[in-house]
Write a protein of this length. Structure first.
Length: 362
């Protein structure tokens, strides 16, 4: 009798465990579905492509900077953040407007604080201990980009936050506070209407100037906890709604790339964040870049990217002894590869690297 009870309990437990397994793994009679550990966001192949012929310009947050560096790494023609990293839509719009109007930075716009000269329109990467050097860096870059913005056919803007800061004294919107005392500024939250109105006016002129220009908009997946956790979510929501409205007003010229959703909804794990738990890790950035490439670049462009990447890897792993025969052979082979690639696509430029190699060879 004891054996029968034990056998019945054993059968019951086996059946129960199997039912739980079937439920957990979504396996039912005739059901071949498998368990998924993450949500996969479908990004259909876009009819709007990106090739090596395109002239690209990127504006926005540190995420825009990272993606821009991917363009440069793969030898695309790209002008990344002419004013440095910018976070809010108003500061980005002001920088684009200044480039379009070709109004260089005036010396009166540069100020001194904490051992450096700065501009409220620029990121601190343009700051310098010398006013001449600061002015030279800003306007040297400005001249280059004000010319480019009249020729670009692909533009990328990443909004980071809907919050901005104004100087109390003048009401000027500042792109960067440069660690000045907080009492000098007033914090303001942009509304959806404010962002849309500003960018609609700006883009109407830009699209009229650059026929065929496509604008790729995205929201930075970086969380700005200095705004506050709840405030950061409100900020991102405002940016998403503003982009949605701009798309409705320019349906043929604006494309939305869901970088924000890819990190927060698809990857959705702290292992895909950097050590500060706010910025995406290198792995996450690479994944988002690959999804971007798959969506907007065709097979021919990806093939050229692979060739450019192989050359870049070779340049980064040169033989140790520069006066050896193996090093001379390396230079000859890499120059042949670069020349072959440039023959197929002159826009892929290794000009600086070629000059260095030829100088070393000779």
């Amino acid at each position: 009798m004891f054996y029968n009870i034990f056998s019945i309990m054993n059968i019951f437990l086996k059946n129960f465990i199997q039912k739980q397994k079937n439920h957990f793994f979504c396996i039912r009679k005739g059901d071949t579905r498998k368990m998924n550990f993450f949500l996969h966001i479908e990004l259909p192949k876009s009819l709007i492509g990106i090739t090596y012929h395109d002239l690209n310009m990127l504006f926005g947050s540190c995420f825009a900077e990272n993606i821009g560096n991917k363009f440069i790494e793969h030898q695309f023609q790209a002008d990344v953040n002419p004013f440095g990293i910018l976070y809010n839509p108003e500061s980005i719009a002001l920088s684009v407007k200044q480039l379009l109007e070709n109004k260089p930075i005036g010396r009166e716009e540069i100020f001194f604080y904490d051992g450096l000269y700065h501009s409220f329109a620029h990121h601190s990467s343009f700051s310098d201990i010398s006013p001449e050097a600061c002015f030279r860096k800003m306007n040297g870059r400005f001249s280059f980009s004000s010319c480019n913005i009249r020729k670009i056919n692909r533009m990328y803007v990443t909004f980071g936050t809907a919050y901005l800061y104004r100087l109390k004294e003048t009401g000027q919107v500042v792109a960067n506070c440069h660690k000045l005392p907080a009492k000098l500024f007033v914090r303001e939250q942009l509304s959806v209407a404010q962002i849309v109105d500003r960018w609609e006016e700006l883009l109407t002129g830009l699209f009229a100037l650059n026929k065929g220009l496509v604008l790729f908009l995205s929201v930075s997946p970086v969380r700005y906890l200095q705004d506050g956790v709840h405030e950061n979510q409100l900020s991102k929501s405002i940016l998403l709604l503003a982009i949605e409205e701009l798309q409705k007003r320019f349906p043929d010229e604006i494309v939305y790339f869901p970088a924000y959703e890819l990190l927060l909804d698809e990857l959705r794990d702290y292992r895909f964040y950097a050590g500060d738990l706010l910025h995406p890790s290198d792995t996450a950035l690479q994944y988002i870049w690959e999804r971007f490439v798959d969506t907007y670049m065709n097979d021919a462009t990806r093939q050229l990217m692979q060739e450019a990447t192989r050359i870049r890897k070779s340049l980064n792993h040169r033989p140790l002894y520069r006066y050896s025969e193996s090093y001379k052979e390396f230079i000859s082979q890499i120059l042949i590869k670069i020349e072959r690639l440039n023959a197929k696509m002159p826009y892929i430029c290794f000009k600086k690297e070629m000059e260095e190699l030829i100088q070393e060879r000779d």
